[in-house]
Design a protein around this ligand. Sequence first.
Ligand SMILES: [Zn+2]
Length: 263
Amino acid sequence: MPEGPEIRRAADKLEQAVAGKPLTYVWFAFPELKPFETALTGERVERLETRGKALLTHFSNGLTLYSHNQLYGVWRVVKAGETPQTTRSLRVRLETEDAAVLLYSASDIVMLDADGVAGHAFLQRVGPDVLDMTLTVDDVKARLLSPRFRRRQFSGLLLDQAFLAGLGNYLRVEILWQAQLAPRHKAAELTEPQLDALAGACLTIPRLSYQTRGLVNENKHHGALFRFEVFHRAGKRCRRCGELIEKTTLSSRPFYWCPGCQK
Ligand SMILES: [Zn+2]
């Protein structure tokens, strides 16, 4: 399952392909979206917002296309006029003079105005996205200490999109390693420095992954690169304390941690 950084990077590619240019051709498969084909032609995609696994395509006329890929939905970028050979069902085509973005197989697609975005059931449930750069460490700390989340164990809390959107399993284990915390803890039990470390890691780890995961040439990048410290490293030595990394299952997902330095 893709996590926030991978979803945001995919959204960046779509944005780079079509944002800011007038739409020359708009096509929707679903009958209820057909009226928007004409309304959106000549308008622009202004930006793509990710909220967990939901994607919000904001148009210059104030409308927003909400799409959730579930398990099967996939976006592709192609040249203008090009239609790839595929057995997938095309659901959305947004085309400019140079490029088109195509959404296949997704079924959860609706057009919303601003009130519709504010009132959308999934968007109301999902928490702030860790790759929303306006989200601060203080915001995350306040969320950790809120009555709703302060007594939840981190093993489950960090997978709950209602807490923070964009976190998934590899981020969960890397955040807890970074904050030197065992997964059984709850925010209500932490000291102030531990809370600061956890709230900080909830943002720095996904953002570092988004910016640098997969980059290999360290000479070209100044500053830290994302790398796994515990994820898929069972039996290897912890780079912080030298203990062996362990693996178990928590909240139905593989969990990796260092018994030496995560207390
Ligand atoms: Zn360690």
